[in-house]
Design a protein around this ligand. Structure first.
Ligand code: KG4
Ligand code: ZN
Length: 365
């Protein structure tokens, strides 16, 4: 009979410094005892994007404070923790290094086992943390640095069915916000502005829908938005409030349509495997978008699949998902030692070739 586990998780791969404690008793739902996230939005705001060197330094300063706060919230000391899990990649290398060094120090100092975790596995396994979802399920991981459909068969068994060939949707939202003079992160500000807009007045393309399979492209959409913005501004000297709202609504609806159509295709591939309890789950920061969630839920419902979207605080980067992925690896017997390295790239599906270069938010696949 496997033992209960209390895992400390650390996350620092992009612009959120996070520490969390998760307890799992076999046969029971996992319990998040504490989840602390210190964002860096204000730090990077003047630069219009994440500055890797500033991010790494801020992670190094904040990590142990986040750990202390998580332990205090859970009412635990390090001696009551069973192991330390840390994001060991993929991501911005300075930040990942800060986390790995901190985790090594904690593990060595307290005599605890160390488990290196793939950040993407953290997102992809979140529906098991929240809902104990059974394998195999279909996952759409859609965030600022990532966009891929994954067939999830086990804690370390991922098959990529398709993904973006250029920008990730979150990155596209961030660039769209920049083009329209809205604050970062772009997703929430575009979504808020879109609420007052008409998604049909300004036509934008739905890239790559004519290509079979579930690969996606979002960089052309951003260029199309730039043209539409310039057209709307021509002769007026600036964007009206209504134009900006319509551009936001048009952009959001184009992203939602592409994700929905490609999800239909991914669901087709997944259902061919005849899973006993078919489920489609979404994770990552863009899953916080209500229009996108609704579109994906509609697609899942039409195909009679269970649809799962984590609560918003577990959609964006956090350490509870890292602690959980650590528990899954730990239960499989995985242990790392002081040679654990930080990996800027770490594809989940080792059999599929890398699709992307490194974007604003780090290595994407
Ligand atoms: O998962 P996440 O916190 O970090 C990465 O691993 O990338 O995702 C952050 C991304 C940002 O690009 C942000 O603009 C986007 O998720 N995002 C949203 C929304 N909230 C966050 N995109 C669209 N709509 C939202 N409501
Ligand atoms: Zn992430």
């Amino acid at each position: 009979m496997p033992e209960p586990v209390i895992m400390l998780g650390l996350e620092s791969s992009c612009d959120d410094t996070a520490a969390a404690l998760v307890r799992h008793v076999p046969g029971e739902p996992a319990e998040i005892l504490a989840s602390v996230v210190a964002g860096q939005t204000d730090l990077h705001a003047p630069f219009g994007g994440v500055v890797p060197e500033l991010a790494a330094r801020a992670h190094a300063e904040k990590l142990d404070l986040c750990v202390e706060e998580a332990l205090a919230t859970a009412g635990l000391t390090l001696s009551q923790v069973d192991a330390v899990a840390v994001t060991a990649g993929p991501g911005l290398i300075g930040g990942v290094l800060s986390g790995v060094m901190c985790a090594k120090g904690l593990a060595a100092g307290a005599g605890l086992p160390l488990v290196g975790v793939n950040h993407l596995a953290g997102h992809a396994l979140t529906p098991r943390l929240t809902d104990a979802l059974a394998f195999p399920y279909l996952m759409l991981l859609v965030s600022g640095g990532h966009c891929q459909f994954l067939l999830v068969r086990g804690p370390e068994d991922f098959t990529r069915l398709g993904g973006t060939i250029d920008d990730a949707p979150g990155e596209a939202f961030d660039k769209a916000a920049k083009l329209l003079g809205l604050p970062q992160p772009g997703g929430p500000s575009v979504e808020a502005e879109a609420a007052a807009g008409d998604p049909r007045r300004i036509p934008l393309p739905r890239p790559l829908l004519d290509r079979p399979g579930c690969d996606m492209s979002f960089s052309g959409l951003k260029t199309a938005l730039l043209r539409a913005r310039d057209l709307a501004m021509a002769g007026k000297g600036g964007l009206t409030r209504a134009d900006r709202a319509d551009l936001c609504a048009a952009f959001q609806s184009a992203v939602a349509d592409v994700l929905a159509e490609k999800s239909c295709r991914a669901i087709g591939e997944y259902m061919a495997l005849m899973p006993p309890e078919p489920a489609f789950a979404v994770a990552g920061g863009v899953a916080a978008n209500a229009t996108i969630r609704a579109a994906l839920e509609g697609v899942a419902g039409a195909a009679s699949l269970r649809f799962l979207a984590p609560p918003l605080r577990l959609c964006t980067d956090n350490a509870a998902m890292i602690a959980w992925a650590g528990i899954e690896r730990f239960r499989l017997g995985h242990r790392d030692d002081m040679t654990l390295g930080a990996r800027p790239r770490w594809p989940l599906d080792k059999a599929s070739p890398a699709m992307l270069g490194s974007g604003k938010k780090g290595a994407k696949a």
